[in-house]
Design a protein around this ligand. Structure first.
Ligand SMILES: C[S@@+](CC[C@H](N)C(=O)[O-])C[C@H]1O[C@@H](n2cnc3c(N)ncnc32)[C@H](O)[C@@H]1O
Length: 357
């Protein structure tokens, strides 16, 4: 990768800079016109890819230094990284990640509270409840956002509505819908959420508000998340529970059975065998007539390149057939009706598994 000269030397003339900005922004329009870059055969050799990365980052840094249109420029950067990632083999991309992280543009991007929290991982992992609140644009995150610089807030104005953020915001509504449908089917329904974070979907559940659930166990490994859940849902049937996926699989908890068990935001970390074993275990916790729902980020996530570099957040992205393999292996020998579906922008793939009554 090139050494980083002072920004003033990147473009020799204003016309050159203007032309480069036009090209930098054009990528957005080009990408809008193609359904998705996933599945394209990698075409770039490692050296070419390093050159291209340097060019993308130098250009983005140059314009970000102008201090204007930060959100829009970061959106262009996200799309450029998506394009570049899709042109690299996984091995080449792996070499590019630390180079991107060492580029001076990283300091600029850290002004965004969402990017910064993910990168710095104050609790040792990216997707903690506070980060999810930033992603949801939840009122609990307001103070953190308002204490950021205007430049940081401008970037956040885009990152918090990026296509992956929108997919997670929609996921919250889908989960609440499943809870409400379960309650409509069965009075006094019991719900289990695995890896609940701050359980923000519960704020969307009319069944919870209408007191038509009898139990909602919210399990997570992170006590700090559970403290928020306990406080925010104090007068409800929600029961925060400290527990882990390992503990669930080892049958360490006496939980009883549930009409709906779901997990979102954690399968993206689980290798195939663990995902199958967990799914099988969760199915054991489902009542006859009940449902298990799990979600996983799909291979169609556009901001994956930005997440893996500047958010230091790598997920196991799965396509429909990889998701189906998990479901088929987990449901083998059981009478379970299964369905796979995507969220609206296809960034999250869901698997629903329902038992006969
Ligand atoms: C990306 S967040 C998703 C939170 C929430 N489900 C949502 O959609 O907003 C992932 C959550 O998984 C939890 N988690 C990660 N690994 C876990 C494990 N092994 N056992 C239990 N919880 C886990 C984290 O503590 C975190 O709250």
């Amino acid at each position: 990768m090139r050494s980083h000269e002072p920004r003033a030397t990147v473009f020799e003339t204003a016309a050159q800079a203007a032309d480069s900005l036009k090209q930098f922004k054009d990528i957005k329009h080009a990408l809008r016109n193609t359904a998705s870059n996933t599945g394209k055969a990698p075409t770039l050799q490692t050296n070419e890819a390093k050159e291209e990365l340097a060019q993308v980052l130098d250009t983005a840094a140059f314009f970000l230094n102008g201090g204007r249109d930060a959100g829009y420029l970061v959106e262009c950067l996200v799309l450029q990284l998506h394009d570049l990632r899709s042109e690299c083999s996984p091995e080449t991309w792996k070499e590019l990640v630390p180079l991107a992280q060492a580029h001076p543009i990283r300091d600029k991007l850290m002004a965004d509270p969402f990017t910064r929290r993910s990168y710095e991982k104050p609790r040792g992992y990216s997707g903690d409840g506070v980060l999810l609140d930033l992603l949801y644009r939840h009122p609990a995150a307001q103070e953190e956002v308002e204490s950021s610089s205007q430049f940081g807030q401008d970037i956040y104005a885009y990152t918090s509505i990026s296509s992956s953020a929108l997919a997670v915001q929609e996921r919250r509504e889908i989960l609440a819908q499943f809870v409400d449908e379960t309650a409509a089917r069965r009075g006094g329904a019991e719900i289990l959420t695995v890896a609940c974070g701050h359980l923000r979907e519960a704020e969307f559940s009319s069944a919870l508000a209408g007191k038509s659930l009898s139990r909602w166990v919210a399990l997570d490994q992170d006590e700090a998340n559970l403290t928020v859940v306990g406080k925010d849902f104090a007068e409800t049937v929600v029961e925060p529970m400290a527990g882990s996926i390992k503990g669930l699989m080892a049958q360490q908890y006496d939980l009883g059975l549930f009409d709906l068990v779901y997990s979102a935001g954690v399968y993206d970390y689980l290798p195939f065998e663990i995902a199958v074993a967990l799914t099988r275990r969760l199915l054991d916790l489902v009542n006859p007539g009940g449902t298990l729902l799990v979600g996983n980020f799909s291979t169609e996530v556009v901001p994956a390149g930005y997440m893996e570099t500047f958010m230091n957040w790598s997920l196991l992205l799965r396509d429909e057939s990889q998701m189906r393999e998990i479901v088929v292996a987990a449901c083998a020998g059981q009478d379970v009706e299964t369905e796979l579906f995507f969220g609206e922008n296809r960034h999250i793939v869901y698997a629903r598994m329902s038992k006969p009554a």
